[in-house]
Design a protein. Structure first.
Length: 76
């Protein structure tokens, strides 16, 4: 699978924050993909948003290979 098709497949996926995501922080999320679960470095899709550990998030953008921009899936 090339990077472009992986990006398309990641956008819209749900994940869970495992390291706080927020302004000035490089957080971490775990996303179920390709039959397993993988960790990605995460930034907030909205620059001021802070997303705490355990929050379910939606992937808004993927920058290969391991970086995603996320937002809280259920309104924070």
């Amino acid at each position: 699978m090339d990077d472009a098709s992986m990006e398309t497949s990641m956008v819209g996926l749900l994940g869970r924050v495992t390291g706080t995501v927020g302004p000035g922080l490089v957080g971490e999320v775990i996303v179920r993909i390709r039959g397993g679960a993988e960790h990605f470095l995460a930034h907030p899709a909205s620059p001021e948003e802070r997303i705490e550990i355990g929050t379910v998030v939606t992937v808004m953008e993927h920058l290969p290979p391991r970086t995603v921009y996320v937002t809280a899936a259920y309104g924070g």
